[in-house]
Design a protein around this ligand. Structure first.
Ligand code: NAD
Length: 530
């Protein structure tokens, strides 16, 4: 690991060419499938290691431990981690505060070079990172690759954006003066990440914070601390100075609360559920003794996302889009389609085709690359099955509804479809976060839009239609942060689909967009008389 002084000698590597999204791996190619199997074996040999907290560059052990387990085979321990408590929040914030005094003056070029160095390391070990995601959260190969690719994209994109921001100036030069606008960092930030994109979202929020000159206390989800520990290793290998990122898995209730409430925490970048996001928001708003700023919160929360299928849609494309959006990664995406809203004239035919397509989905150990792997843990499985049972009463169950028994006692749930669901039913309104799709009948397109907008959320949505007037109407009236036409509502691409939602889906931070880094800075205007 580099010292803080060494941080100033990281050799700047300028971004090469224009930004381009990382290409997806084609696993139908024998060589790629072979490389993935080898990575699963290689990473399989590394499961069960113990990882320390990293505070100010020091390895710290705690008495309490977090065991991360493979949701497809819960007896298999993926990593053993320390459990940071409230007392570690004090140490981690102090270390981040100390590092901030130096890191805030490191040039944007050098900070960007750190991210670009990390990208090179991750690219070199791409298959291994995919394998870690398969073991730790149950992603099949394509889902794991999408998560790794998005991580690379976030790092590359934010490196470039930091350089652009460093070159920003005022819109006007006042006559007789030199005017500047400097985007300076905020200070110490808490980065609190979810398990469902445990690499991309965790690394993306961390990268945005440090590339703009902040320092971070990183608290990954207890369901996915190992991938975060592996990212921490990459950052250290790329030259991360001590204290710039402090790696602290721990419980949300004790460590998370303590770091959010700490008077020296300047901002919180959180992605997770609505309930926890609102709690973080409230806790951060309370001024603590000794606190001299208003904390900033960047909160990305849940969704209840719909796909509208219009009577004039390309039928096969719409069915395929709904199935991919609803059941990819077992529906455990904030952007997942949990409601298909279908116009009456094609409703019955759509339900029939959907049922056939869902019947063909394979469910199993993601290491063997089925369509669907497990859900993340036992309590998620219970909650999803409860919703399936509620849904079976609220509508008509046409597929799934049960757990899938496996010899290894993994947490598998059948892809579940419930049709004839009322727009105000519980399964139409509450985030389930699993492979449960509600199908709702709409009288016409206006009615479909009205249903699509009837939840407290506003994250993603999609419309399948060949009618330009309907698409134009939806462009104005469909109230979501990420709207798609004639494609699935999952799979946002960095740079092309800046990501974040309205209403109870969060503060619409637009991760992967040109405005994102501004959230991690404050602008200082300097005017000098010539
Ligand atoms: P979660 O809210 O349970 O946990 C998120 C993080 O918050 C975890 O690290 C957790 O340990 C921590 N936490 C829990 N209690 C805390 C507390 N009191 N104080 C501080 N931190 C605390 O969410 P999850 O189950 O990890 O992720 C799934 C949720 O995330 C879903 O609701 C999903 O829609 C949402 N999500 C949203 C986006 C988005 O961009 N809008 C992206 C991914 C996931």
């Amino acid at each position: 690991m580099a010292t803080l002084e060494q941080a100033t000698v990281i050799l700047p590597r300028a971004p090469q060419g224009a930004f381009r999204n990382e290409p997806f791996i084609d696993f139908s190619q024998h060589a790629n499938a072979h490389a993935m199997r080898e990575a699963l074996t290689r990473v399989g040999d590394q499961l069960g290691h113990e990882y320390a907290l990293i505070i100010g560059g020091e390895r710290v052990k705690t008495s309490g431990k977090i065991e991360s387990r493979n949701p497809a085979r819960p007896a298999q321990v993926v990593g053993v981690h320390q459990k940071a408590g409230a007392e570690h929040a004090e140490l981690a914030v102090a270390a981040a505060l100390k590092a901030f005094e130096t890191w805030k003056f490191v040039s944007a070029e050098e900070r960007a070079a750190l991210l670009l160095g990390a990208v090179e390391i991750i690219r070199d070990r791409k298959f291994d990172f995919c394998a870690w995601l398969t073991y730790e959260v149950g992603k099949n190969w394509a889902e794991a690759d999408a998560d790794v690719g998005e991580t690379i994209d976030f790092l590359e994109f934010y490196a470039r954006e930091a350089l652009r921001l460093a070159g920003a100036t005022t819109p006007i030069q006042y006559p007789g003066e030199k005017n500047e606008l400097l985007y300076i960092p905020l200070g110490v930030g808490a980065v609190i990440s979810p398990w469902n994109f445990p690499f991309a979202i965790m690394a993306g929020m961390t990268a945005a914070a440090i590339v703009t000159g902040n320092t971070v206390v990183l608290k990954p989800s207890s369901d996915s601390p190992t991938i975060a520990a592996r990212f921490m290793e990459v950052l250290e290998e790329a030259g991360l100075p001590p204290g710039v990122v402090n790696f602290c898995p721990g419980s949300g209730a004790s460590f998370g609360n303590a770091v959010v409430a700490h008077p020296k925490t300047r901002f919180i970048a959180f992605t997770g559920s609505k309930e926890v996001g609102l709690d973080v928001h409230e806790r951060a708003a309370k001024t603590q003794p000794g606190q001299i700023w208003i904390k900033r919160t960047i909160l990305e929360m849940g969704g209840k996302d719909s796909i509208i299928v219009s009577a004039d849609a390309d039928f096969d494309a719409a069915v395929a889009g709904v199935v991919a959006s609803a059941f990819g990664f077992s529906g455990q995406k904030c952007s997942a389609c949990s409601r298909a809203i279908v116009e009456e004239p094609i409703y019955d035919a759509f339900v029939e085709r959907l049922r056939e397509k869902v019947a063909g989905l394979t469910v199993g150990d993601p290491a063997a690359n089925p369509n669907m792997g497990p859900v993340v843990n036992e309590s998620a499985m219970k909650s999803i099955l409860e919703y399936a049972a509620i849904g079976a009463k609220e509508g008509r169950l046409v597929a799934g509804g049960k757990a899938v028994e496996t010899p290894d006692k993994g947490y598998f749930v059948e892809p579940t479809v419930i049709v004839d669901v009322a727009p105000d039913a519980r399964i139409s309104q509450e985030e389930i976060f699993g492979p449960v799709l509600a199908v709702i009948k709409a009288r016409d397109f206006d009615h479909a839009l009205e249903i699509a907008n009837n939840t407290e959320f506003g994250l993603t949505g999609s419309v399948y239609s060949t009618d330009r007037r309907k698409l134009d109407h939806a462009r104005r009236a469909y109230h979501v942060g990420n709207l798609y036409f004639n494609r699935k509502c999952t799979g946002a691409m960095v740079g092309a689909h800046p990501f974040g939602g309205f209403n109870m889906s969060g503060t619409d931070s637009k991760a992967g967009g040109a405005d994102y880094l501004l959230l991690f800075t404050q602008a200082k205007s300097v005017g000098e008389k010539l």
